[in-house]
Design a protein around this ligand. Structure first.
Ligand SMILES: *[C@@H]1O[C@H](CO)[C@@H](O)[C@H](O)[C@H]1NC(C)=O
Ligand SMILES: *[C@@H]1O[C@H](CO)[C@@H](O)[C@H](O)[C@H]1NC(C)=O
Ligand SMILES: *[C@@H]1O[C@H](CO)[C@@H](O)[C@H](O)[C@H]1NC(C)=O
Length: 183
């Protein structure tokens, strides 16, 4: 009697977890990159592509013309589409060089950073004296597993500044669906 209760509970929990995590899926839908100070930095490329069936990847290449760069600020903002994109959950600014020097002090930027550190060449402390490259970044459902994000259409906006001036902006649009059938 006690045993079957436990199994039932485990079954129920598994069902809830699987419907929340396993059946959720995220997909990049569009990307938009802008350079505000082209003598400082410009996009050589900025695109979504399909590395293999059913996967959409983001790649970008930023050329830096005034190296070394040792003063970088970043603003991360999420938007959810509700008749136009409205700010949602996060709008965080960080001194990126301090962040890279001690990531554990910045929990949210660290979640975001961990999404793409493997797919980029930014994994080191300041200064940056080379082009910035992000290659084949794929959004994986697990990435949102720990964030309370409901299904919908989202915009992730990354603003990058140096020496107190915004230099570039990357807008990545994506959808989160809870049921694969909706695909
Ligand atoms: C984020 O917050 C800053 C300062 O609080 C504000 O200036 C900025 O407009 C906000 N950005 C977005 C995208 O809401
Ligand atoms: C990032 O750099 C740190 C320190 O050099 C290293 O320990 C870590 O493995 C790197 N992470 C990735 C994903 O390359
Ligand atoms: C970055 O540069 C700006 C403008 O020169 C300066 O005001 C700011 O203090 C610098 N930030 C850091 C962390 O050095």
């Amino acid at each position: 009697m006690g045993m079957s209760w436990k199994f039932c509970l485990i079954g129920l929990i598994t069902l809830v977890i699987s419907s929340c995590l396993v059946d959720a899926f995220t997909k990049l839908t569009n990307i938009d990159c802008k350079a505000f100070d082209k003598p400082f930095a410009d996009f050589k490329s900025c695109r979504l592509h399909v590395p293999k069936r059913g996967e959409i990847a983001l790649s970008l290449h930023v050329r830096l013309f005034q190296i070394p760069v040792n003063n970088v600020s970043v603003n991360l903002a999420f938007f959810k589409k509700v008749s136009g994109y409205r700010p949602f959950l996060y709008n965080v600014s960080v001194d990126f060089c301090s962040f890279m020097a001690n990531k554990k002090r910045f929990p949210f930027p660290n979640i975001f950073y961990s999404l793409f550190k493997k797919d980029s060449n930014i994994n080191h402390t300041c200064p940056y004296n080379h082009d910035i490259i992000v290659k084949n970044l794929v959004l994986r459902d697990e990435m949102f597993g720990r964030l309370p994000v409901p299904a919908g259409e989202y915009l992730f906006k990354l603003m990058v500044g140096a020496y107190n001036e915004w230099k570039a902006e990357v807008k990545a649009y994506f959808t989160i669906k809870l049921n694969k059938e909706e695909r």
